[in-house]
Design a protein around this ligand. Sequence first.
Ligand SMILES: [Zn+2]
Length: 113
Amino acid sequence: MTSGVYNNGKRKSNGYIFIKYPGHLRADVSGYVPKHTLAMEMKIGRFLTQHEVVHHINMDKLDCRSINLHLFKNPKTHMKAHGSIHKLIKPLIERGIIQLDKEKEVYFIEKKE
Ligand SMILES: [Zn+2]
């Protein structure tokens, strides 16, 4: 058995890490599977179902540690979680914690003095 196929193939796409795993149910046309998918499958000891979605709790797509991954039953519940964090932004802006830098035209977090 050669180990190359499974050990060498890594690539980054769309901010995610992909691992070469030809034949996997979720492999793309080039045979790559998102690392977070494989990490979650290792954690739960089975393949993901068709509708399950792996979410990065801290929103860091590169952080595939088990503790940072949450499994949603379907895209709807996953999007609900994303919507809920989006709703938190308005109160943070109202409290001045998040502000718009009008020069750079990006939001930033107010530093404590
Ligand atoms: Zn998510």
